[in-house]
Ligand binder design. Sequence first.
Ligand SMILES: Nc1ncnc2c1ncn2[C@@H]1O[C@H](COP(=O)(O)OP(=O)(O)OP(=O)(O)O)[C@@H](O)[C@H]1O
Length: 248
Amino acid sequence: MIKLVDVEKSFDSQVVLNKLNLEIPAGKITAIIGPSGEGKSVLLKHMIGLMKPDSGTVFVEGEDITVMRRHVLNRVREKFGMLFQNAALFDSMTVFENVAFPLEEKTSLSRLEIRDKVHEALEHVGLKGVDRKYPDELSGGMKKRVGLARALLLNPRIILFDEPTTGLDPIICRAIHQLIKDTHTRFGFTAVIVSHEIPEIFDISDNVAMLYRGRIIEMGTPEAIQRSEQPVVKQFISGSLEGPIQFV
Ligand SMILES: Nc1ncnc2c1ncn2[C@@H]1O[C@H](COP(=O)(O)OP(=O)(O)OP(=O)(O)O)[C@@H](O)[C@H]1O
């Protein structure tokens, strides 16, 4: 589905991705974990072609997106939905307008059809009657739900989630995870979730990949990752201060 082969990315002298290899299976939920600043967001941006590797290849459904012209890449990007860290809502638009935006941009649906689709999407994420509110008037969890409704709207084959629950309380965090799981079961997209919610993210993931020093050092089921004997993985999952991971 998504395959990265020997991907290298540096910013000036800082190597962020170092011959990274990763295969994201189709139709599953894959979590990417790893210490802060290791390059998880950079990795997501390579998957959707927002960043180009210095070398190496990124395949999306068998197509090498690193050599594509912009208009071809834009076509591939239509397979993706993305939920950004801050939900990335437009503050000057109502909830309705925010969710309707991709439909207005990318389809020729009538106003009535758009209205129905937006209402349906908001209902899927458990938000009714907030159409006319502005993002400022919503809680953090509600904003994430609006972002998720918008990401789901074009029925994408792949959804990338960049820290979908950061800054939310544990109950809302669980509710958002459950919502991701439920919508995944219902729509069957391929999901990649960058998350710091350990161990909670394991409950909804089929696979977990750990990024460290520019590479995926281990990938497996949540159970396998939790049983890992690899010292970096062990330390990270337990949150221990003792071990190979150094703090600045
Ligand atoms: N456009 C850019 N230009 C220069 N450096 C960048 C750019 N984007 C990311 N970086 C650097 O790449 C490194 C990885 O950043 P990234 O945001 O991917 O980390 P992360 O693992 O997602 O962190 P966190 O868990 O804290 O969100 C950081 O050192 C960051 O400063």
